[in-house]
Design a protein around this ligand. Structure first.
Ligand code: FMN
Length: 262
């Protein structure tokens, strides 16, 4: 028996995890796709159930080798019932470390059964013109690989009743999360008060009156606001982020490729 529906479940502040997921969905070619977007701040208050006869495909970015804390919290709003799940971690060309195994543990706890996994590369959230890291990824080649992965998953789920749990790389205990660098700043001279930064913030950390203000403690460093700003007024001035970006360029500029775990 094939799955009756595919649920794309994602947390994707700068959109790369979502793009990969849509590429995978193309390869699946199953009619009936539902999006469960855990990124907007409102997602925190909703809950979802994905029944056993359906398929769940989860995608999250990697933050310091782990599932982002906000994503880990929001994933707890999605319940399965022995539902088969495909797990995807999207990282900024450095490493996934324990993110995928953590995603497996979280979703297993929520009632899903991991039947396949993959890692893909996305433009680094801290990438900019001065420190470009994995710019433009996932690119055409990545999206072809995402589709090919979807086709492999499609073949695997032809017989849902025969699915076995997949082995996922990673260590336990997971590596420690790095402290969150807080937060991007707004250059008043170039800010047009368009509100894009407030709209995309997954944690409602950015507010706007006659100027843009940020509740630093609520910022998750996802950089959605920086990437969404049409005038480049929203920027990282934090020395830690600048140093990290320079270190990433020096050490992690050679192209990494997606990996499948089937
Ligand atoms: C706080 C933070 C920590 C990150 N840590 C890692 C990491 O450990 N390894 C890595 O390769 N990329 C890391 N990244 C980059 C993201 O995983 C990458 O840019 C991803 O494509 C973002 O996904 P999104 O577009 O769905 O938000 C980090 C990004 C942020 C904001």
């Amino acid at each position: 028996m094939k799955p009756s529906k595919v649920n794309l479940i994602y947390y994707s502040p700068t959109g790369t995890s979502k793009k990969v997921l849509e590429g995978v969905a193309k390869g699946l070619g199953i009619n009936g796709v539902e999006h469960i977007d855990l990124t907007p701040a409102e997602a925190a208050g909703k809950s979802h159930i994905v029944p056993a006869g359906e398929l769940a495909i989860f995608a999250v970015p990697v933050y310091s080798g782990r599932v982002p804390l906000v994503a880990a919290q929001r994933l707890k709003t999605v319940k399965g019932n022995g539902t088969p799940a495909v797990l995807i971690a999207v990282y900024g060309n450095r490493a996934i470390e324990d993110a995928l195994i953590e995603l497996k543990d979280i979703t297993t706890e929520q009632g899903f059964k991991a039947i396949a996994g993959a890692s893909f590369i996305g433009e680094h959230s801290f990438s900019n013109d001065a420190t470009p890291i994995a710019v433009g990824r996932p690119d055409k080649e990545d999206l072809e690989k995402a589709k090919a992965f979807g086709e492999k998953v499609k073949a695997k789920v032809e017989e849902m009743e025969k699915l076995v749990e997949v082995k996922i790389p990673g260590n336990k205990p997971y590596r420690e999360r790095n402290p969150v660098p807080r937060a991007p700043e707004t250059t008043a001279e170039t800010c047009t008060l368009c509100g894009a930064c407030t709209e995309v913030c997954p944690t409602n950390a950015v507010t706007m009156t006659d100027k843009v203000e940020t509740v630093k403690e609520s910022c998750s460093a996802c950089s959605a606001c920086v990437k969404a700003c049409p005038t480049g007024a929203r920027i990282w001035t934090n020395e830690g982020v600048k140093k990290a970006a320079t270190w990433l360029v020096a050490n992690y500029s050679s192209r990494r490729e997606p990996e499948f775990f089937l």
